[in-house]
Design a protein around this ligand. Structure first.
Ligand SMILES: C[S@@+](CC[C@H](N)C(=O)[O-])C[C@H]1O[C@@H](n2cnc3c(N)ncnc32)[C@H](O)[C@@H]1O
Length: 242
């Protein structure tokens, strides 16, 4: 970590991000039913890694790794992988998946965005999907600064999450349409996603873009879908090491 981040972390007001906000992913029922509902596939994870240019020999960290689909695919691409999550049950599922697939280079770490321990400038690629919204915007910025410090100059971050890109006047219809879609297409109860909107910390696209920029990242690509999903590919500026 940088000295500035290290001194922030020693403050008595530093946030304990090991506690679950909104959906409790330490609940074994959430973990057992997660993959079927999320519809993550090995093929989609492998093609996402190819799309962002992940190569054999690189070091990758997936933050909020859940059941480890992306982490295991990165390992099968011959990367050294840190699978990081606050949920012991999710990390157990990740280890089971890794054993099943023969993904031998996955190291799990029970920690959050604000508490992970990685060497400074040690990652080629960082990924995080559907997890950063567990922090409010203030702590999102700190999380992004910590990831920035863990990346090598030239390293990339793939951030995908529920981020509102709709016009403020369209919030009601956008959110209601999303809640219906999650019930019909993904089998989530209305309650679970109502909790997301009401109690978790998904933010607006213009806020997220500002947070990424202020954390020191350069935007490479931003994609939005349904007014509620965003995928950003950003880079820590600097020379790409050989
Ligand atoms: C919706 S799941 C996403 C899992 C996986 N990334 C995926 O795309 O399927 C959110 C994950 O973030 C984890 N999580 C919640 N708060 C976190 C935090 N502060 N730091 C890191 N991970 C967190 C949860 O335990 C859970 O595994």
């Amino acid at each position: 970590m940088t000295p500035a981040l290290a001194s922030l972390e020693s403050s008595d007001w530093y946030y304990d991000d090991l506690k679950h906000v909104g959906v409790d992913f330490s609940d074994p029922v959430q973990v057992a039913t997660y993959d079927a509902r999320q519809k993550s596939t090995d093929a989609a994870a492998a093609s996402l890694l190819a799309e962002i240019g992940v190569e054999a020999g690189q070091t990758v960290a997936d933050f909020g790794c859940g059941t480890g689909v992306l982490a295991c695919q990165a390992s099968l691409k011959q990367c050294a992988v840190h699978a990081i999550d606050i949920s012991a049950a999710m990390l157990e599922a990740t280890r089971r998946r890794a054993a099943h697939l023969g993904a031998t280079s996955v190291t799990t770490q029970q920690a959050g965005f604000l508490s992970f321990a990685l060497e400074p400038a040690s990652l080629d690629v960082a990924t995080t999907q559907y997890a950063l919204h567990h922090l409010n915007d203030f702590w999102k910025l700190v999380a992004l600064q910590r990831i920035h410090a863990a990346l090598k100059p030239g390293g990339k971050l793939l951030l995908r999450d529920v981020v509102y890109s709709c016009h403020p006047s369209e919030i009601k219809q956008t959110v209601d349409a999303w809640l219906r879609w999650m019930q019909e297409e993904r089998g989530y109860s209305r309650d679970e996603n109502v909790t997301h909107v009401r109690e978790e910390h998904s933010t607006f696209a213009w806020v997220m873009e500002g947070l990424l920029e202020r954390a020191g990242f350069r935007m490479l690509e931003a994609k939005y879908a349904m007014g509620v999903y965003a995928t950003y590919l950003v880079q820590r500026p600097g020379p790409t090491p050989p």
